[in-house]
Write a protein that binds this ligand. Sequence first.
Ligand code: SAM
Length: 406
Amino acid sequence: MRIDVVSIFPEYLAALDLSLIGRARRDGILDVRVHDLREFAHDRHRTVDDSPFGGGAGMVMKPEPWAGALDAVVASGPAADAAVPHLVVPGPGGVPFSQALARSLAGEPWLAFACGRYEGIDERVYEHAAARMPVTVVSLGDYVLNGGEVAVLAMVEAIGRLLPGVIGNAQSLVEESHEDGLLEYPVYTRPASWDDAGTVREVPAVLLSGDHGAIAAWRHRQRLERTAQRRPDLLPVSATTGALADLDVRPATPADAAELLVLQRACWVREGLEAAGRWVVPPLAEEHDDVVRGLVEWTTLAVRARAADGAPGRLVASVRARRHPDDATRWEVGRLMVAPDLQGRGLGRALLALAESLAPAEVTGFRLTTGVLEEGNQRFYRRAGYRVVVGAGTPAGAVDLAKRRP
Ligand code: SAM
């Protein structure tokens, strides 16, 4: 890939000689050419800025040097195929830079970057450029930098590392944060037990178990929980829209266990009465410690009403989900519960859809169990696409339901 960068501080881009991007340049994977905008300013002082028309603070970058620089970049392209670069102009008012945009730009053969400074570049430069090449204004985030160079360093690094051959192990790209909308799981290395000046810090035991299925399940759960805790905005849209829109949805912690136990008692009490001692209804038989253990084995979402100030209030609903311990293609959903006074508002349907949407890519089917006497529940799951499956291991008083992943 060829990359041209135009800046009044070409030395700022020297960092592109370092590390993996530097090696990619030496290996010929990346052809980075940095141009000094002042080379295209033809007055004695090589002026590139002037005061803004209409008044206001600061200076604006003049159009002529920019037009000259961009035209020179285009003219330096391979004459034969009349190729032009895709021009990326960093700017706080641009489209947000993301892993998806990095991936899309990594598919281009030629990128050019125009680093603004001061109050930005005369608007007519964008028109000049757009008449010659595709132009995208891209923001690194919702804050203001002094110039585009730092943004270009970040973008070139994010784009460059996606090019074949830049990162030794391509698999490490697949498992990273943002690749499939979730953050990455926590990572550890030796020593397994670290004496941190008297505090012993252990690596989670599952990572030492050699059980690849259990490790994959643990990692997926960590990704979901980390995403929900740090970046709930990245959770599937179903977590923040529809019936769940005004509620607080996040992974349950042991601090939620007491309320979860109360809610499950409230939601299953009728089934317990109907069972009349003929079989055990697990949500009624469980104690606090069982619920806490369940939080370790499953990803449990706690849904809370919001108080007037937006703070999370009482627990109103919950669901849990996990990869089947012995079958990575099966996603188990359970303990779907909605406070009795809030049933019938679509909350259960929304939570079920959310629990399904958390399944990792290799999952091909969903499974859940409900009470054999709970016809209302069975109807609810049938409407959601589940069908009764008969198999060994269904506990007394229960019915297993399954659905293929759409
Ligand atoms: N007056 C401009 C505004 O309010 O939109 C800000 C100009 S900023 C001081 C100067 C240059 O820094 C911009 O032209 C752009 O190249 C770069 N820049 C600043 N913030 C950026 C961001 N969040 N993302 C990408 N580039 C940014």
